[in-house]
Design a protein around this ligand. Sequence first.
Ligand SMILES: [Zn+2]
Length: 215
Amino acid sequence: MWSNLREELYYRHIGEHACAALPALAALAREGRPLTRLRAIELAGDLLARADPHTGCIRRRYARDIAALLDLVRSDLAKKYADVDHEPDIFVYRMRSMLAFEGQTEWSRRLVGLIGGEFEIKCPECSAVAFVALGTHGVFTCWDDDSLTDDADDTDLIPAAPTQLAGLAHRLHTLAVTARQPILARRLTYFFGRTTCPRNAHEFTPADTIAGLPG
Ligand SMILES: [Zn+2]
């Protein structure tokens, strides 16, 4: 059912019309079983994110439903499970939905890079591309050979110290730590860390330059 619904709403309708489903999705999230709640919140967040930047009147019209969805996803994110690192990708989906409901659509999109811990980054200065894998046992960064000169070396990703994280980075890191998601918390320090492009030694933060974002 959910894949059909997503197909219909997300892919076939333009944002504004699809968002007419927000009240129904909010009701499903509120009353449904855990899986229904999960899917309803995720689809509602994606619909809003997709409708941006034309969401001004949508956000006003469905303000109550969006506020209700935001409350639900925040309480899901605050839930503590007995096991650590409980379903980290679902946790990231929930963070993305939360940001979409809050109107931080750009960040909602960028967090897609944390799902599965693999993503591409692109130097904002010279467009050199790197593949990044944040594994459980280490971090692997691979710069695209085609974009490099022969004598350039690969460079590493340097994690930010948790105490140095500020603003949204600090908030997401705190959410992950509080919910007993240490692997994700560690990934966030890399995501908001620093790297240097080997072509021209440009320094940048991976989270600012996630490539191949969903539209
Ligand atoms: Zn560069």
